[in-house]
Design a protein. Structure first.
Length: 296
């Protein structure tokens, strides 16, 4: 059975943009789309917010309206809807058990919309077992508030932090996304010399004489990409390496991307809810949709 792409709806402009993005992605991948709302939570400006029946009716109307709008634009797409009587993080994380990915609306610059205010967003991003895609609404569609910028072609940017042992889940998602939209895959990597070189100019010169430290880094990155290029021969691959901060390198490539793909290590301390500094910086400041892919 095909696993659906799940999108969380809360009535915000950003969540509608997320639904629109998710519908196009589901159509590209030929999988179902599932619209979900957790109706224990609802916008504070809706009357009778404490009445459970009013909440249920509000959620039912929200899902019905969104499904109707998307069905008009994507008549061949299988669209499911589900109301969940639960708190938002529980509802969303429960959906990931049988989903291809989870798509949510994001305001960027530190605020994730609707479902994901405060610690809720951190819980979902830190615990989801599938990729979570954060989508902003585009400025050009602010009046309708329902469309996100997502065209075929262009570039999918993937941030590779460990060039010697890159996460398979990360590269699989990035290459599949690029193949689905006929896009170029741009692998970006930030590197730094070991600390000893900062105090040993002779070692730096020796490294340059042996072919250059940057050349070695580039070869290692290309070697890591080689198996995936064979697996996805239709995907054009470009790369960029910089002696700079990792988040900065990714954000420099993000303005021209249709999707940015970053990783999240699943093995983190039990007391921590961190998603990693690079991923944290990218999801807050990248203008493009950002996919956060869990990996071991």
């Amino acid at each position: 059975m095909l696993r659906p792409i799940v999108v969380g709806l809360d009535g915000s402009r950003e969540s509608r943009a997320a639904a629109d993005w998710a519908a196009r992605e589901a159509q590209r991948r030929t999988v179902p789309l599932r619209l979900v709302t957790a109706w224990i939570w609802r916008p504070v400006d809706v009357p009778s917010a404490q009445e459970s029946e009013a909440q249920r009716l509000w959620a039912e109307g929200l899902l019905g309206e969104a499904r109707e709008e998307l069905a008009v634009r994507h008549p061949e797409l299988q669209i499911e809807v589900e109301q969940v009587s639960d708190l938002a993080p529980h509802a969303l994380l429960g959906q990931t058990e049988h989903a291809e990915m989870l798509v949510l609306g994001s305001r960027g610059h530190g605020a994730i919309a609707g479902f994901l205010l405060g610690s809720v967003g951190q819980q979902v991003l830190a615990r989801a077992s599938v990729p979570v895609v954060l989508v902003r609404s585009s400025k050009g569609d602010a009046a309708q508030g329902t469309r996100s910028v997502d065209q075929d072609g262009g570039e999918v940017v993937v941030a590779i932090q460990d060039r010697n042992e890159p996460a398979e889940e990360l590269l699989e998602f990035a290459f599949a996304a690029a193949a689905a939209r006929g896009a170029t895959l741009r692998a970006v990597h930030a590197w730094s010399r070991p600390p000893v070189f900062a105090y040993n100019p002779a070692a730096v010169r020796k490294g340059d004489e042996d072919g250059g430290w940057e050349g070695r880094v580039e070869k290692e990155l290309l070697d890591a990409l080689a198996p995936w290029r064979k697996r996805y021969p239709q995907v054009e691959v470009a790369h960029r390496i910089d002696l700079a901060a990792a988040a900065e390198v990714v954000l420099q490539a993000a303005p021209n991307a249709s999707l940015v793909v970053v990783g999240r290590k699943t093995h983190r301390p039990a007391l921590g809810m961190r998603i990693g500094p690079v991923t944290h910086g990218v999801i807050h400041h990248a203008p493009a949709p950002v996919a956060v892919v869990p990996h071991g």
